[in-house]
Each structure stands twice: as structure tokens, then as C-alpha cells.
Design a protein around this ligand. Structure first.
Ligand SMILES: Nc1ncnc2c1ncn2[C@@H]1O[C@H](COP(=O)(O)OP(=O)(O)OP(=O)(O)O)[C@@H](O)[C@H]1O
Length: 633
């Protein structure tokens, strides 16, 4: 997903900023405290230079100054000079302590606001990503979502932080400017003589940095996705000796990221360089001009209210402090744009319409055995290419039905429609006559226990993996489900048995073991429909027979929907639907279909001829032997 592709749903700037603030609004008392503390910091900053200036201009001189701040400070001090010196030292120290304390408190509140607000952003984003349909997730790399969750989620706080910082900078700048003007208007105007240059550099670099930041963000997201995919296919690369080309692709992805970062860093370095050069020029002007004013008013042609050394000290200190707010304001656009871009990537996902969700008047439908109907069902992933074409079928509660047929004919897609991972283009799927789109999504999905082809495993214990769909299940129920799925024997043989930890994706199990755990997980669930997509593809003949036997035992207690290439596991099914090119071309029992002598009979003969001889028949007498592995399409 490129950032430009995110553009169509972007709203205006103000709305984006308001939305960003919404995540931090619950913590408004902390925001108010933060602003108050910033006020304290600014005040302390303004007063910091005064003890020294008063020491020079009022205490250590025969002609004390009479300005209101001088008078105010002196009122706090004892009348004798040593006492005044000590008093000024203590005031200076106190100002430092207050300044540092306020700074520390500000930082902690800043972290607090950032982390909690960003947690809210992430919670929203994660929830949304969980609700978005398979179509969304399949249309972009996983790394993209990971990047939005881990990095872009900080965008909203970035915006608020920059706005608070820049507002404070604006206030500070105003107060300082007023004080500087009261000291010496010509010197203050000299300070601002470089302002047009600052505005220009801000405009020039702000745009460039924004562009480069977007580019780099996207390339980084691509890199994350690339690494994730490359790690997933390490065994494939090793098996086909493609490590060098994988490495080459990785290097190219890293190179793209490095180049994009360097382009960004170059602009980021050029910008402060230009800005500091401009401000240094301003400082040089002020230093020369201010020095000359002191020389003129104190030595060349002394005047009572002229520039003093103490005033120049304050001027120089303020001038140094003036740079910071100027920098904040100068960087405002470039920084806020970067955070805005990140926040918009988050908002883009949050605004993505959920195509699969509860209808406004969705009705509850408690999980119970129900009649499943395919009512002239058509579906396709791409426009103009139907994967399922006008399917019509009815499966009664407690029946065991199978969908068989060549690879790529849409069997798995049909199962995905039952759980509403996608919605049909035409026709409907019905439970007891109710269109499943009119049923609450959670209720609908509670009807189905799904065993997918990839038998997904969590990095958790064996027992937790089996109980994923029913976390409160007792150990006895878990063990019973494992026994029914033919998994008990291998589980008990591994150290720690049901408490053994599985590695990521169940990599420390064989494919068949993973499949049996996935079946146990489905069996443990109380869903009235058991939906199995190629459940025996990784099982040995013994476990295949065991599973088939288990399914037959569950018949009548649950409705079983089976997608398989193994025709010997559908022999006892009440109904077998034979699919070809997205259509149901034959239907009936195993015997009826053999008698038809059509597609099913051909597949049956083909399976029998491909099966290597084995000494004994397994579960079903007369069944052809299984093939060693699932057909490769
Ligand atoms: N996410 C997707 N986007 C686009 N096309 C898809 C997608 N998933 C599947 N298809 C296509 O839909 C068709 C049916 O796929 P499906 O997985 O449903 O077939 P199947 O009969 O279950 O195959 P198999 O027996 O090999 O598992 C195939 O042509 C496949 O390429």
C-alpha cells in the first residue's frame, strides 16, 4: 500500500488534528498540568539571568538602576551588600532547582500522555485490523499492518506534542520580544532581520523533509514485510538452494531503505545547518550592534538610561533563549507533517469500510443444530471471474456432507463463505432459512468449528492450543478431544505432554501432529457444525482411519462438512457434492455417485490407480488406498 493510495479517504488537516487530540482528551487534567509546568519553565527561564544582571547593575555599582524588576528583587534582599550578594546567589540556585524540577515533571507527564494515548490508538487500530475482512489482509503485506501498529501509532501524540511545544514557543517568543523591545527596540529589530530567511528555509526544507519522510516510511514498511516473508520461507529457500537470491533480494530491500533514509537524513541535516547559519548571522549582528550600544551609552557619550553591561547580559541570555522557540516554530511544519503522515496512515485503516460486519438489524441466532442451505450461491474474488457459480444444496442437522472435486474448484472458498470471511456476490447461505448476513456475526461464527488447511498453532502449551476455542474447557475434556482426534498418543509421548510448549507456528511438531491438534481443537468446541478443510492431508493411514471413524461417531451429534481429495473418507457421508469449475456437477451418496459413472467415478478410479498397494484395508472395506500426500495443484 503506497501512501498515495491512502489519499482518497483523507480528511482536512483540522479534522485530523482534532481526531488526534481525541485520543488524549481523557487525560486533559494531565495536559493542563503539563501546560502549567511549561509556564513555570518559561517564567524561570525569563528570570534566570536577572540575579547576575542585578548584581552587576545594582549591587556592584555606585549608581544602582531603578527599573521595576530591580526594585522588586532588591525588596527580597537584605539592605547590606554582602547580604544582597548572598540573597542573589540563593535566588539563582532556587530558580535552577525549580527549573529542573519543572522540567523533570514535564518529561514524566509527557511520557505518560504519550504512552497511554498511543495505547488507545493501538487498541483502536488492532481492533479494526481484527474486524477487517480477509480481502483487506490479503491485499497487502502483513508488515504494513505491523508498521502502522508499531510506528505510525505514535503519529497522533507527535501532532499534539508539536502543537503544545509550538504554542508554548509562540507565547515565550511574544513575552521575550516584549521584554527585548522594552530594553532596546533597534536591537530587537536587528534580531528579527533574519526572519524572512527563516521563513524561506522552513518552507523549502519542510516540503522536502515531508516528501522524504513519506518515501522512507513506505520503504521501511516494505522492508518489514519483506523480512517477515523471507523468514517464513527460509525452509523453502534452503530446500531449493535459493539462499543467494533471497539474500540478494534482502540486500536490495535494505539498500532501498538505506538510500531513502540517507536522502531523508541529508535534508534533515541541511535544514538545521541552514537555519543555524541564518540565526548565527542574526546573533553576530546583535552582538556587534549591542556591544557598540553599551560602548556608546557607557563610555563614548554616557546616558542615565542607556545600555548597561547587565542589560546586555540579559539581552544575550534572552537572545540565546529566543533561538529555541524560533527553532520550534521554524520546525513546526516539517515535524507536524511527518507526524500527520503517520497519523493519517493510522486513520486510513480506521476509516476503511468493514465489508463484513453486523447488519444494523442483525438478529441473534443462538448456536444450535440447523439446516444449512446454499441458495443459488455465486462468488468470486476478482470482477468477472466466478469461483463459485450458482450452487444449490441443503444439508440437514446431524448430516455428514462432503465437497470433493479437483483442486481449485472453490471448495475452500465455499467454507470461507460459511464463516462470512467473504460475502457471496449472488444468492445466499442460509441457516434454518435465515440469510447468514442477517445474523449477528459472532452468533454465526459460534455455529462453526473450523479446521483450516494450515492448522495454525500458537506459541503456547499443547493444552492451550487445543482449548483455543473453549478456554474454560477442563483437562479431561481436552484429553478426550485429543484422544478422539488421534493426538493423545503422540502428546503423551512428548516430555511435559499437555503442558509442553509449542514453538511459533508449531514448528516443533510434524505436519500430521499439527493437523491432529487442530482437529482436537475443533472437536473440543461445542459448535454444532464441524467444518474440516482437508483434515487428513497430512495424516498417516492409521490416523486417517481413526479420524474418519471419529467423524462417523460424531454423525447425528454434529453436522459435519468435509472438504477433501480423499474419496475413501467420504464413503460413509450422507451426501457428497462433486464440484468442478465452481459448480456442483454431481451429488449423492458414494454408491449413487459410483453408479452415475461420471466425474466422481473417474476420480475414484484415478485415486485407486495412484494408490500404492498396502497389506491391509483400513477403516472402510473396499476403499482405495490413500495417496502419500495431498495432490499438488
Ligand atoms: N484470496 C484470493 N484471491 C483471489 N483468488 C483466490 C483467492 N483464494 C482463492 N482464489 C482462487 O479461487 C479459486 C478456488 O480456490 P479454492 O482454494 O477455494 O479451491 P479449492 O477447491 O479449495 O482448492 P484445493 O482443493 O486445492 O484446496 C482458485 O482458482 C484460487 O486461485
Amino acid at each position: 500500500m503506497s501512501p498515495t493510495a491512502d489519499a482518497p479517504r483523507q480528511s482536512n488537516k483540522l479534522a485530523a488534528y482534532q481526531r488526534a487530540y481525541g485520543y488524549f482528551a481523557p487525560d486533559w487534567p494531565w495536559i493542563a498540568t503539563l501546560v502549567a509546568l511549561i509556564g513555570v519553565s518559561v517564567g524561570v527561564g525569563l528570570l534566570e539571568a536577572w540575579p547576575l544582571a542585578i548584581l552587576v547593575d545594582t549591587v556592584l555599582t555606585h549608581e544602582p538602576k531603578t527599573g521595576w524588576l530591580h526594585v522588586y528583587f532588591l525588596a527580597l534582599l537584605p539592605p547590606d551588600r554582602p547580604g544582597q550578594i548572598l540573597g542573589l546567589v540563593i535566588i539563582g540556585l532556587l530558580l535552577q532547582v525549580i527549573g529542573y524540577s519543572a522540567w523533570m515533571a514535564r518529561m514524566m507527564i509527557n511520557y505518560y500522555l504519550n504512552y497511554w494515548g498511543t495505547t488507545r490508538v493501538r487498541a483502536d487500530l488492532f481492533g479494526k485490523l481484527q474486524r477487517l475482512d480477509l480481502g483487506y489482509h490479503q491485499s497487502r503485506p502483513q508488515g504494513d499492518s505491523i508498521y502502522r501498529l508499531t510506528t505510525d501509532a505514535f503519529g497522533p501524540w507527535g501532532i499534539i506534542d508539536i502543537i503544545i511545544g509550538s504554542s508554548v514557543a509562540a507565547v515565550t517568543l511574544t513575552v521575550m520580544t516584549a521584554i527585548l523591545l522594552s530594553r532596546s527596540p533597534p536591537l530587537t529589530f536587528a534580531a528579527y532581520s533574519v526572519a524572512p530567511l527563516i521563513v524561506w528555509s522552513n518552507w523549502r526544507f519542510g516540503l522536502k523533509i515531508h516528501k522524504r519522510a513519506l518515501e522512507s516510511k513506505q520503504i521501511d514498511a516494505d522492508l518489514t514485510a519483506h523480512i517477515q516473508q523471507a523468514m517464513a520461507r527460509v525452509p523453502l529457500a534452503q530446500a531449493f538452494r535459493r539462499e543467494p537470491s533471497e539474500f540478494e533480494r534482502f540486500q536490495q530491500a535494505v539498500l532501498r531503505s538505506v538510500n531513502a533514509l540517507l536522502r531523508l537524513n541529508w535534508q534533515e541535516q541541511l535544514y538545521p545547518l541552514a537555519r543555524d547559519l541564518i540565526l548565527s548571522l542574526g546573533a553576530a549582528i546583535i552582538l556587534g550592534y549591542g556591544g557598540w550600544l553599551v560602548y556608546r551609552d557607557q563610555f563614548l557619550a554616557p546616558v542615565a538610561d542607556g545600555m548597561t553591561v547587565g542589560a546586555l547580559m540579559i539581552f544575550m541570555d534572552y537572545l540565546r533563549k529566543l533561538w529555541d522557540p524560533l527553532k520550534w516554530l521554524a520546525e513546526f511544519f516539517s515535524k507536524v507533517r511527518t507526524f500527520e503522515a503517520a497519523a493519517r496512515r493510522v486513520f486510513f485503516v480506521l476509516d476503511t469500510p468493514e465489508s463484513i460486519k453486523d447488519a444494523p438489524d442483525a438478529r441473534p441466532l443462538p448456536a444450535a443444530p440447523r439446516r444449512l442451505t446454499l441458495d443459488h450461491l455465486s462468488f468470486g474474488y476478482l470482477p468477472g471471474r466466478l469461483v463459485l457459480n450458482d450452487l444449490t444444496a441443503t444439508i440437514a442437522p446431524g448430516e455428514m456432507a462432503a465437497f470433493v472435486g479437483p483442486s481449485g474448484t472453490g471448495k475452500s472458498s465455499l467454507l470461507r463463505l460459511m464463516l462470512r470471511f467473504h460475502d457471496p456476490l449472488e444468492g445466499a447461505l442460509r441457516l434454518d432459512g435465515v440469510d447468514i448476513r442477517d445474523v449477528r456475526l459472532a452468533d454465526l461464527r459460534a455455529h462453526f468449528a473450523f479446521v483450516t488447511q494450515d492448522a495454525f498453532m500458537l506459541p503456547a502449551s499443547v493444552a492451550e492450543n487445543i482449548a483455543y476455542g473453549r478456554p474454560a474447557a477442563s483437562r479431561a475434556d481436552i484429553e478426550e478431544a485429543a484422544a478422539l482426534a488421534g493426538a493423545a498418543e503422540f502428546i503423551e509421548a512428548i516430555p511435559d505432554a499437555y503442558d509442553a510448549m509449542l514453538s511459533e507456528g508449531g514448528a516443533n511438531l510434524s505436519g500430521g501432529q499439527r493437523q491432529r491438534l487442530a482437529i482436537a481443537r475443533a472437536l473440543l468446541s461445542e459448535a454444532p457444525f464441524l467444518v474440516l478443510d482437508e483434515p487428513t492431508s497430512a495424516l498417516d493411514p492409521q490416523n486417517e482411519a481413526l479420524l474418519t471413524e471419529t467423524l462417523h461417531r460424531l454423525k447425528r451429534r454434529r453436522t459435519i462438512l468435509l472438504v477433501t481429495h480423499r474419496l475413501n473418507s467420504v464413503m460413509e457421508c450422507d451426501r457428497v457434492f462433486v464440484m468442478d469449475a465452481g459448480r456442483i456437477v454431481e451429488r449423492g451418496t458414494h454408491r449413487e455417485l459410483l453408479a452415475l459413472n461420471g466425474v466422481y467415478a473417474r476420480l475414484w478410479r484415478q485415486e485407486a490407480s495412484e494408490t500404492p498397494p498396502e497389506p491391509a484395508r483400513r477403516f472402510a472395506a473396499g476403499a482405495p488406498r490413500r495417496r502419500a500426500k495431498k495432490r499438488v495443484s
